[in-house]
Design a protein around this ligand. Structure first.
Ligand SMILES: Cc1cc2nc3c(=O)[nH]c(=O)nc-3n(C[C@H](O)[C@H](O)[C@H](O)COP(=O)(O)OP(=O)(O)OC[C@H]3O[C@@H](n4cnc5c(N)ncnc54)[C@H](O)[C@@H]3O)c2cc1C
Length: 202
């Protein structure tokens, strides 16, 4: 049983995983099982080129970010489980949270974060009721979002990134993933507002 399972290995999904992973030394996060369905094939990062993202050397490609992000997660937070070469097909609500069905396997999760991007080709059964026209994209682009309030769709179900209704900018998608992570950490911390910072030593 995962405590949280993130769906999607793009900007929002990996940012969410990094912030969750960084909480590993906190008592409230110890023994939490965190996973990410590391599907990257259809990420918008695959074709992106970045000159306007703070901290990225101009000319950084999205393809590099996908690869380096995965490496960063693996090296910094090896306790996070990567589910590779699978894509999610269905979410089934259950008494403990959700059953996540992929093209190859099934997983149980108490909490799910959907971060699969805002293209209208979303093919995850169980999410149909939440799909609506994206509020901040041009109509002719045919983008969608999952209706939510502050990233929460319903109990134990969150959405992050462009699919949460944000415009498509890398910093916004990443920030959205980080936002969801800190909301989940706050819940784990009995409702006490939570963030995770590392500090440079002098
Ligand atoms: C050509 C191009 C240029 C861009 N240039 C810039 C720029 O200069 N500056 C800027 O700020 N932003 C830029 N962007 C935007 C930026 O790339 C996006 O805003 C960002 O990638 C959105 O992040 P996301 O996590 O919402 O979606 P994505 O990064 O698209 O991630 C979604 C992830 O979900 C996975 N997924 C999809 N379906 C499933 C499934 N069923 N199961 C499991 N996983 C699934 C996908 O493979 C993907 O990895 C550009 C985008 C493009 C396309």
């Amino acid at each position: 049983m995962f405590d949280v399972l993130i769906i999607g290995g793009g900007a929002a999904g990996m940012s969410c995983a990094l912030v969750l992973g960084s909480s590993r030394t906190k008592d409230f996060a110890k023994n939490k099982r965190i996973g990410i369905v590391m599907h990257q094939k259809t990420s918008h990062l695959q074709s992106a080129l970045f000159n306007n993202v703070l901290g990225f050397k101009p000319g950084t490609t999205g393809a590099d970010v996908l690869e380096l992000g995965k490496q960063q997660l693996t090296l910094q937070y090896p306790h996070i489980e990567h589910i590779e070469n699978e894509k999610v097909c269905e979410l089934i609500k259950s008494d403990f949270g959700y059953i996540v069905i992929t093209n190859k396997s099934n997983y149980k999760a108490k909490c799910v974060v959907v971060a699969v991007g805002y293209t209208n080709s979303i093919r995850i059964k169980g999410l149909e009721d939440y799909i609506a026209v994206h509020p901040k994209a041009r109509l002719e682009k045919d983008r969608i979002w999952l209706k939510n309030v502050n990233h929460k769709i319903e109990e134990n179900l969150y959405v992050a990134g462009t699919l949460a209704g944000w415009r498509s900018q890398f910093a916004m998608a990443s920030g959205s993933g980080a936002h969801v992570a800190t909301d989940i950490l706050t819940l784990w911390n009995d409702g006490i507002q939570t963030k995770v910072h590392d500090k440079a030593s002098n």
